[in-house]
Design a protein around this ligand. Structure first.
Ligand SMILES: [Ca+2]
Ligand SMILES: [Ca+2]
Length: 324
């Protein structure tokens, strides 16, 4: 028996509903189709559902968005956070962009990820190796004077990459200070030290007499004391007890703008102290190994002594570790 639906007029999986009284039919479309015979594939992209310039692909009763780089989500509604991987180094602040990030670098750092650390040149750099002997490789300061020291293996493995100090009154290096090392204000000193167990001076202003600013092994610890111009002591900075017969990369700094003093050992700040704002006693020649009126003489090795007239940051101290 023939019905209005007998010749299957509805398309695309539609259900045909016969209307006998009119000898007609109506198509009940499957999802995603329209039209009298459900012959039209509805364009689900017509409402422009894809955001942020994503391109839309129409499917049966659905759509997909193809997002531009930097966006995600069903409708490309999400700006991917490129800062999540923490790409900014050295304290830089990350600002998320579109398929990119930008780093706002702190002072003295630069580059896309703030990986570049800018450090001013030292005012003196004594490599204390066979190439430079006791000379300042920057050429700024007069040559040092050696007394009963000899070359030894340095922290970089160079067989003549340091000076050996013997722990006796005659064994020292003296660095002349014709005003060039008289820093007075902000300063940083970094050096490599290999102690063989005695206390003694590592960088001591004034070879004898009044104590000026000094850096020592004292009590088996790294010990630095900034001293006021009138020779009054400021509070010292002290590390924990050090291991003998291994190299340490040590540094200390004083910031005249803040009064803050710092002591670093192998890239770690071990002591920070606000000692106040004073002009420092950085007068007289500097001696490594001996203060002639004190009977404690450093025994061990020293290499790559660097002096700056600014207070370096920890990142900067690490960046100059192998200078010299
Ligand atoms: Ca469609
Ligand atoms: Ca982004």
């Amino acid at each position: 028996m023939s019905t209005p639906c007998s010749n299957e007029p509805c398309m695309n999986g539609a259900h045909c509903v016969a209307k006998y009284e009119d000898n007609d039919y109506q198509c009940s479309c499957a999802p995603g189709y329209t039209g009298h015979h459900c012959q039209i594939d509805v364009d689900e992209c017509s409402s422009s559902p894809c955001l942020n310039s994503g391109s839309c692909s129409d499917h049966i009763n659905s759509y997909t968005c193809n997002c531009l780089a930097g966006f995600t989500g069903i409708n490309c509604e999400t700006n991917i956070n490129e800062c999540l991987s923490q790409p900014c180094l050295n304290g830089g602040t990350c600002v998320d962009g579109i398929n990119m990030f930008r780093c706002n670098c702190i002072q003295h750092t630069a580059g896309l990820s703030c990986a570049t650390i800018n450090v001013t040149d030292p005012i003196a750099l004594y490599p204390l190796n066979a190439t430079y002997t006791s000379k300042d490789s920057t050429g700024n300061q007069p040559d040092g004077i050696t007394s009963n020291v000899q070359f030894a293996v340095g922290p970089d493995g160079n067989s003549q990459g340091s000076y050996q100090f013997f722990g006796v009154v005659s064994s020292y290096v003296e660095l002349p200070n014709n005003g060039g090392l008289d820093i007075m204000h902000s300063m940083t000193l970094v050096m490599w030290v290999y102690s063989e167990g005695t206390d003694g001076p590592l960088f001591n202003y004034r070879p004898s007499g009044n104590w000026a600013t000094h850096f020592w092994v004292n009590g088996g610890q790294f010990f630095t004391r900034f001293v006021k111009r009138n020779y009054e002591f400021l509070d010292p900075l002290i590390s924990s007890v050090i291991t003998t017969k291994r190299w340490y990369y040590v540094g200390m700094s004083y910031d005249y703008n803040t009064g803050l003093a710092r002591l670093w050992v192998d890239g770690v700040e071990v002591h920070q102290l606000n000692v106040g704002i004073y002009t420092l006693a950085t007068v007289g020649n500097v001696r490594i190994g001996v203060k002639s009126d004190d009977n404690r003489y450093f025994k061990g090795r020293v290499s790559k002594v660097q002096v700056y007239n600014v207070a370096l940051t920890l990142e900067q101290v690490q960046a100059v570790k192998y200078r010299g």
